[in-house]
Design a protein around this ligand. Structure first.
Ligand code: ATP
Ligand code: MG
Length: 414
């Protein structure tokens, strides 16, 4: 039987002009990392596609599904690999169409990228079409919008034949857009926001603020589970955890009750920005969605946003909860986010949080405690866990050396 490979299609990368090979190489690297549990023989670029083959020559549906989760992949097809032999590739076309599920109509789309084969694509279309009509006499040939298209692609001495495809994650390969720090809670929104920027090519460095030691460390374990769930997409190299409970208690004693959440958030932004600078990240990402909860009104977003000098990206700002939950199910974080855990945000919750913070009051509250000392302290007590799912993540040379370089003078000079 003809061997099978995964034929990987990309779309946006194909539009990248001069940078195209950088994007393609990154996708090849990311696929190798994402597929490390499979006995992969080769991942290589071939005429506008990437081919993935296994040691035994028989790529599987499971391999195709794993490939489809990798950002940058538009579609994956399990293709039969044939020699330049009419009988062989016509036979493969019959098998491929037979495996395509329910259908009434089909067409053949032949494409020849090398001219070392004497038959033109039109001849191949006719040959394969005749073979399929003989094997499926009850089915109709339809040139416009057929139920199934059988692709026959001649490249570098071989013919690849496939019919069905799995839709991929789309977007761009992780590592082509630079690094971002994402604020990750164990709720539904921020894992989705992280996946979305990763899907646009960003290498993600999540930072989680835990209520430890005032709460258990459950939210930290849920965040680790979330990063594990995102493994098929290969977005995350390192998760930072900031034990925030003690400092929240100090804030809750110092500032008016209604401004607690905003003040926590300001500290979270300040610490995240410091981590972003240590990491060389170029933006901060949150899972905020306009008006979803009290802290996400425009006034409150503005009161927190002033703490960041880096751009703050909010990929979910216009999404509604239903869409976010659907996406969470699709990327595998939904069940984890369903498990409630106290994190820093549920700690010392005021009875009536401010929904439209006035900046003068926020500033007054901010000046009522040693915020710079607190931020320094939190940055120096940060903990992290490394993950080996992300090929484009490079850890900062040495966390402590970079700490000295960047903090606190640069911060104070803002
Ligand atoms: P999520 O579902 O992401 O928790 P949410 O709807 O619960 O979001 P908020 O709790 O107001 O909304 O949080 C808004 C954003 O702030 C989150 O999406 C996340 O980016 C960030 N955030 C909230 N809590 C934490 C935390 N404990 N650690 C890190 N970031 C957090
Ligand atoms: Mg939350």
């Amino acid at each position: 039987m003809a061997s099978r490979v995964c034929f990987v299609h990309y779309h946006e990368i194909g539009l990248k002009g001069k940078n195209r090979s950088t994007f393609e190489n990154q996708l090849v690297t990311n696929l190798r990392r994402a597929l490390r549990r499979f006995p992969v023989r080769d991942v290589r670029r071939i005429s506008g596609h990437i081919l993935v083959s296994l040691e035994d020559g028989y790529a599987t549906e499971e391999l195709a599904r794993a490939i489809s989760c990798v950002p940058g992949v538009a579609r994956v097809s399990l293709a039969y690999v044939c020699d330049l032999d009419e009988r062989e590739y016509c036979g493969a076309a019959v098998r491929a169409l037979g495996e395509a599920g329910e259908f009434d109509s089909f067409k053949v789309h032949a494409h020849r990228s090398s001219t070392d084969y004497e038959l033109h694509s039109l001849d191949i279309n006719r040959l394969v079409g005749d073979a399929l009509c003989r094997s499926f006499p009850e089915k109709k040939v339809r040139m416009h919008s057929p139920d199934v298209t059988v692709y026959v692609t001649v490249v570098q001495g071989h013919v690849y034949v496939y019919a069905a495809s799995i839709v991929g994650a789309g977007g761009l390969p992780v590592g082509t857009a630079g690094k971002v720090v994402t604020l990750l809670s164990s709720g539904f929104d921020s894992p989705v926001a992280t996946w979305m920027v990763g899907r646009r090519g960003a290498t993600c460095v999540p930072v989680h603020f835990s209520g430890r030691p005032m709460t258990a460390d459950t939210s930290e374990y849920l965040c680790r589970d979330i990063v594990d769930a995102l493994e098929p997409a290969g977005l995350v190299g390192r998760l930072y955890v900031v034990p925030f409970g003690e400092r929240q208690r100090e804030i809750s004693l110092a500032v008016p009750q209604s401004l607690r959440i905003i003040t926590y958030r300001r500290v979270m932004f300040a610490v995240s920005e410091r981590i972003a600078r240590l990491e060389g990240a170029k933006a901060i990402v949150t899972g905020e969605s306009l008006g979803q909860v009290a802290s996400q009104t425009l006034d409150n977003i503005a009161a927190v946003n002033e703490m960041a000098t880096l751009p703050v990206l909010r990929p979910l700002i216009g999404s509604d909860k239903q869409e976010i939950m659907r996406r969470a199910e699709q990327i595998g974080t939904y069940d984890i986010s369903c498990q409630a855990a106290d994190d820093c945000c549920t700690l010392f919750m005021p009875r009536r949080p401010e929904t439209h913070a006035r900046l003068d009051q926020v500033h007054e509250a901010w000046e009522s405690f040693d915020h710079d000392g607190m931020i320094d302290d939190l940055v120096s007590s940060v903990e992290y866990v490394d993950f080996d799912q992300c090929a484009s993540y490079h850890a900062p040379r040495s966390l402590s050396a970079r700490h000295r370089e960047l903090a606190p003078a640069e911060w104070a000079a803002r």
